[in-house]
Design a protein around this ligand. Structure first.
Ligand SMILES: [Fe+2]
Length: 275
């Protein structure tokens, strides 16, 4: 998906024009617009890697996210507590996965295209995948994200959004408001539902709350933050390992050579080196 496919039916120039105004806006899309970006199988595969992680998936519980990991494994510095995670997902908890910008080549290409489109502002993008498996799934408390701009894609299912303004100025360290304090601290200014194919752009610092409605959902949240001096971009080059391997295997099959094992040689080696 190119940047122009992402912004359609408006043009990239119109999209960037709205972005520069510093306000929230929608781009409503056809239901299948984002459907080919990711498969449930790809999400399941990543979820089950378990040990091969740089950042763990996180369960959304009690209005916040929680990494359920063990740090003291012999063979991995970070391993998911998968039995517990499975139970939380089965009991209606949403989850999120960071660092998914290379979950497949289609997504990697889209993230590269987004970074190129915002290169004047040195924005660096990541992909956070949010998944709910039930209608009444858990979700974050109202919160604001800073300094990232947010491009949010409704891939599957629906989400209901509320946007707020603070009733009185809040200190910058206050980023989330518990539901019990919402009425005293926040004033609702917009409420809307995103359906599959919709895009929503949100500038930094907007208080928002998202709830799952209608059934299971998959959402892409694409935070874009200034990289800062010397920060490198993620290298999303696709490595065609399978093609390389299969080409070599085909070449080897055309020119077979003897790979039979000399059992005596193995015995000699074992006798010499066994402790
Ligand atoms: Fe957020």
């Amino acid at each position: 998906m190119e940047f122009s496919d992402l912004t359609a039916p408006i043009t990239p120039a119109e999209f960037l024009g709205r972005y520069r105004k510093g306000v929230c806006f929608f781009v409503r899309g056809k239901p299948a617009k984002f459907r080919d970006l990711v498969t449930l199988q790809e999400i399941e595969d990543r979820l089950n890697e378990g040990c091969n992680l740089s950042t763990p998936m996180q369960i959304i519980k009690d209005g916040q996210r929680h990494a359920l990991v063990n740090w003291n494994h012999r063979w991995s510095p970070l391993a998911l507590r998968k039995k517990q995670i499975k139970e939380f997902i089965e009991t209606g908890h949403s989850f999120m996965m960071m660092n998914m910008s290379q979950i497949n080549p289609r997504v990697a290409r889209l993230l590269d295209a987004i970074e190129a489109a915002f290169s004047d502002d040195d924005l660096h993008a990541d992909l956070h995948i949010y998944v709910s498996t039930t209608r009444a799934a858990s979700a974050y408390n109202a919160h604001r994200d800073y300094p990232q701009h947010k491009i949010y894609l409704q891939v599957l299912g629906h989400t209901q959004w509320c946007l707020y303004e603070a009733i009185a100025k809040l200190p910058p360290e206050v980023v989330a408001i518990p539901e019990a304090e919402e009425d005293q601290k926040l004033h609702e200014v917009a409420r809307f539902t995103l359906k599959p194919g919709d895009l929503f752009y949100m500038p930094p610092g907007v208080f928002h709350k998202i709830r799952n409605v209608g059934g299971p959902r998959v959402s892409f949240s694409i935070p874009c933050s200034p990289g800062g001096e010397g920060t490198e971009r993620v290298d999303r080059t696709f490595i065609p390992f399978k093609a390389i391997f299969e080409a070599e295997a085909a070449a080897a099959a055309r020119e077979p050579h003897d790979v039979s094992v000399d059992a005596d040689a193995i015995t000699v080696a074992h006798d010499r080196w066994a402790l």
